[in-house]
Structures are given as C-alpha cells and as structure tokens.
Design a protein around this ligand. Structure first.
Ligand SMILES: Cc1ncc(COP(=O)(O)O)c(C=O)c1O
Length: 443
C-alpha cells in the first residue's frame, strides 16, 4: 500500500492513465516511511509500559543513535526544527548575529537563526554538488571585518555529505561555530584529507549536528529529531533547554536548600506558616553540601518543551536497526537512476553515484521540468521539487533578498526534480518511473 502522507498534495483517487505500457496501480510518492510488524510491536509494548514520555526509551534511542553516527552525545527532541532552534539557542545566537547558510534547503535551516533574532546570510550553492559553496562562504567572510559572522549552517542536502573538514578549517580562521544540518543524511559520510570516513553528525568537525525523523526521512518517528555533539557543555545545555530550561541536579542549584525545603528564602527572610519574618541569622547562600528535597528543581533558563515521546523513541530505535539496510537500498536505487539517465540529452545534471551519499533524494536537473512533473503526476508518480530557494521565500525577500542574488541556486531551482527514492520502491516501480521519463522526452 503506497498511500502516504508524504505526497500529500496528490489526488488519492487518481487512476492510472490508460494506454501506457506499464501502469502504476498505486501512487508512487517521492519518499515514504517503511514500517514493519516489528516496529509496530515495539511501539505497542511502549504504549503498554509505565512511560509514554520522559521514560527509558529516550536514553536508549540517544545512545543507539550516537553510536550509529559516531558521536559522544545525542539529545532526542520533538522534530528537526526544534533541534535547530535548540542548537541556535545553545550557541547563544542573539539579536543581529549573522549566520551563513545555503538557499537550497528546507526553510528551517535558516529559520532557527531568526527564532533567536539573528540575521540569515545566504551564500550560493556549488552547481555540481548542490551544497553550500565554501568559496562563496570564504568570499563573504573576507569581505567583512573578523567577528561579523558568528556561525555557518551547512546542509547535507539530498543526503550528500558536506566536506566539514574544509568548513572547520575555514570556521577556525574566523572563529565561527558550525551546525551541520544532517536531516537528509544519517549514515552518510565524506572522506577526510587522511582518507578516513567521516560520518555525518559524528561531531569531529561541527559543533552540533541535527537530524529529522519525519516519515520521508531515513528513520521515521512520525515527528522527531536528534542533536549530536562531542561537546559536553553544549550537550548539558541542550538537555536543559529541551525541558523548559529546568535543572535537576543538586550541584547546579542556585537557590539554597533551606529555600528548597520551604523554610528560608535567599533574601534572608524566614517563611513560617505563611508569615514572613525577617531573620538576621539565616544561612542564605548555598554551601554546596546541603540536601535538597526530592521534588525540587530549578528553571534556570528560558527553555521549551521539545521532548520526544517514549513511543516515538521506541519506533526510532526499531527503525534505526534497519537504517543500514535502507541505505544500501537507496544506493542501489541511485545507481539504477544514474545508469538510466547518464548521457541523456534532456539531463542537465543529476545526483549521480557519489561515495558516502545517503540519498534522501535523487535529483535530476532537466529541460521542461514543469512538463515532466505534470506528466509524471498523470501517471501516478508524485515527484517533488527540493527546494524553492529559501532566500526567495516572501519572508526572506522581506529582508531584501531578490532574484539574481544566488544565480546557481536559482538556476538549479528552474530545472530540479526529485524522483521517487525510498527503500521499499520496487524494481518494477522504478522501471515504470524511468520509462515514463524517457517516454516524456521521446527517447
Ligand atoms: C534540511 C532540513 N532541515 C530541517 C528540517 C526540519 O525537520 P522537521 O520537519 O523534523 O522539523 C527538514 C525537514 O524537512 C529538512 O529537510
């Protein structure tokens, strides 16, 4: 059954077009989740357990995910956007801070900067890789006094891993932090200058990395996200911000235990039976070795409720076990597309076969993109466009961004189309997609 929320703009009742050599008797979306019986049983078990949220599945998912990407720490959150927001907060993005990102991404990569009052500065993409072009980033940095920019948010767009070693070197020159938006690339990697595999989100180069568990992504939780890092301080900050800025650790409390117990306040006033009386001999400061009652906690910063539930985490744990299997299938699908389209006249570019690519998307750049898109829809194939350049969204136009600012991204947008790419896409379905595309271009 291929009905899925992922091609949510399609018409579900669409019948296959008669007269075509092959028919898709069910819609083929560009991406979809793969839920097995084991996934379902795991979720059911958690639903029957004591914890629907704030239970043991969260830490279990975090530990398994950190191991998968090779990072020290992981923090599970409610979605990828929340992950980005918390990262920007943890890195202290504030009013007027300039942060560089790519225009070919989902808006959330840029929006997290705006949530904190920062300014988004777009730099163009490399037309070959579709990723943020490091030479454009360097140009921006060189054109302003040091300190103008605070950070960079490169995106492993479509699943292709950014060369973070190169970005780290550049960031170090200008004292910048890096948030790797790896929503498209769990399991992806690039080869570093010593020919070592560097997995997306492993924390070796970026300060923080984020992932999304939306159903079109590699691992589906319904909604869900993860932040990975090797920085202990950032990790602790993220844990706090995920839950309202609340701290539950005696060693970190700012109020005294006397206050916590309910007998003394920090001002030196003693509260008894609802009456406040001044007291001259109250020990008002924390000595570090007092005992706080079990109920006590402190909200020390302004945080959010960005928690993942335990049943979502249970689904994530179960899905993660099959992540490599899914990745292998995605790479096979990519190889088949590449072989089918390489050298074709109507092809202006394609994702191709690239080592370490995690293939969340398989992109073609084509002539007459609108015609192809509509033709595929008529045949029950729901390709998608990723992305409308972020700087030309009306919201960002409002900051002065305009057509012509990012020529590579804008040219890419005019001809890109994302083909069906998900592990349960059958050979027959993929052949159907390829044949319809060739048919459209009369080849
Ligand atoms: C590159 C990128 N960043 C961030 C997000 C936001 O993730 P979520 O939808 O889980 O909030 C997405 C989701 O589509 C994405 O593709």
């Amino acid at each position: 059954m291929l009905s899925s929320q992922n091609a949510n703009n399609r018409k579900n009742d669409k019948k296959p077009v008669s007269g075509s050599r092959l028919t898709a008797d069910k819609p083929i979306p560009y991406g979809r989740q793969n839920i097995t019986e084991e996934d379902i049983q795991t979720v059911i078990e958690t639903l029957k357990s004591d914890y629907l949220t704030q239970g043991p599945k969260i830490a279990e998912f975090e530990t398994a995910f950190a191991k998968y990407v090779g990072s020290k720490y992981a923090v599970a959150v409610s979605n990828g956007t929340a992950a980005l927001h918390l990262c920007a907060m943890a890195l202290n993005v504030k009013e007027g801070d300039k942060v560089i990102t790519t225009p070919i991404t989902f808006a959330a990569s840029a929006n997290c900067v705006r949530y904190c009052g920062g300014e988004v500065v777009f730099a163009d993409i490399d037309p070959e890789t579709y990723l943020l072009d490091i030479t454009k980033v360097r140009e921006l940095l060189e054109a302003s006094p040091k300190g103008t920019y605070k950070g960079i948010i490169p995106v492993d767009f479509a699943g292709r891993a950014v060369d973070l070693e190169a970005f780290r070197n550049l960031a170090n020159e200008y004292d910048l932090w890096i948030i790797e938006d790896s929503c498209h690339a769990p399991g992806g990697y690039f080869m570093d200058s010593d020919a070592n595999k560097q997995h997306c989100g492993n924390g070796n180069f970026a300060d923080l990395a984020i992932f999304s568990f939306h159903p079109v992504k590699h691992i589906a939780c319904g909604e869900g996200g993860m932040i990975t890092t090797n920085d202990e301080k950032l990790y602790e900050k993220l844990l706090q911000l995920r839950t309202h800025g609340i701290v539950k650790d005696e060693k970190k409390y700012k109020n005294t235990s006397a206050f916590a117990i309910g007998s003394t306040v920090m001002s030196g006033a003693t509260v008894m039976s609802g009456t406040t009386v001044r007291s001259s001999a109250v020990d008002v400061m924390s000595s570090g070795d007092e005992t706080y009652p079990n109920w006590y906690m402190e909200m020390q910063d302004l945080g959010y409720n960005y928690r993942l539930t335990d049943f979502q985490a249970a689904l994530g744990i179960s899905q993660l076990k099959r992540a490599d299997e899914g990745l292998t299938k995605r790479r096979e699908i990519a190889a088949t597309y590449e072989k089918a389209f390489v050298g074709k006249k109507f092809i202006k570019g394609q994702s191709g076969v690239v080592e370490g690519h995690a293939y969340h998307l398989y992109v073609l750049e084509v002539e007459n993109r609108l015609g192809l898109y509509n033709y595929l829809r008529e045949h029950n194939i729901f390709a998608q466009i990723h992305y409308i350049p972020c700087h030309l969204m009306p919201y960002y136009r409002g900051f002065g961004w305009k057509e012509g600012d990012m020529p590579n991204a804008e040219n890419y947008y005019k001809q890109c189309i994302s083909l069906p790419m998900f592990p349960t896409l059958t050979d027959e379905e993929q052949s159907f997609v390829i044949e319809r595309i060739n048919e459209f271009y009369n080849v």
